[in-house]
Design a protein. Sequence first.
Length: 210
Amino acid sequence: MFIRNYMLSKGNLTTVELEENLGSALEKINEGNFLSLPVLDGNEFKGILMKEAVYRNYLESGKCNKDEYLSNTKVKEIYNNSYESISADERIEKASYLLKELRTPFLPVFDSNNKFVGILTHFAIFNAFSEIFGIDKGTRIVVNMFDLPGQLARLTDLIRKENINIINFAIMDPKVLDLIQVILRVDTDDVDKLVDKIQSAGFKIGEVTK
C-alpha cells in the first residue's frame, strides 16, 4: 500500500502563500474547518501554518487590534518551516509511524523528482488501515490460539476446506504469555457452522461480529 494511493493531491488542496496575510489565511482555515494548511511559495512547499499559531502569536504580540494584526502580519512571519517529508512511493506503514512520532498534522509528499505532489493526513492513514482490516466487509471472527509453529496454517487450511474466502486477517498480541489473537474477516453465509468447525479443531473463539 503506497502513499500515492492515499494522499490528498496538490490540486485538491487548500493552501496559503508565504506573502499572504494572516487574515486571508485564517479565513481559508475557518471556511474549510481546518486546523492547519500547507504553506507554498508558488509551487514549492515551504511548511505548515497552524490555526493555533495564528492566535498564539496574536496574544504574544501584545497588539490590541486583532484586525490590524491579521492584516499586517504575513504567513511567512509565523509559519513552521521545520517538517519531515515522505516519498509518494513509500509504504503507508512508514507514514503512520512518522505521523505518530512527529505529532504533525500531515506529511508533505514528494515524487521521485523531489516535486511537491500532495499531503498525507491522519484521516488518510485511518482509511488505509480500514481497508486493510476490511471493516465494512464480511464477518469478523477473533480466534485465540497458542503461539506455536503451524497453528495459523492449520486454521487457514480448515477454512479453505470449507470453501470459504478469507477477506483478510491480522495477528494481534493480547499481552498474554504464549497467546496470539487472529482477527479474521471471512465471506460466508453460515458463520455459525464455521465457528463450530473452528472450535471443534481446538481453537478458542474470542468474538464474532456479523
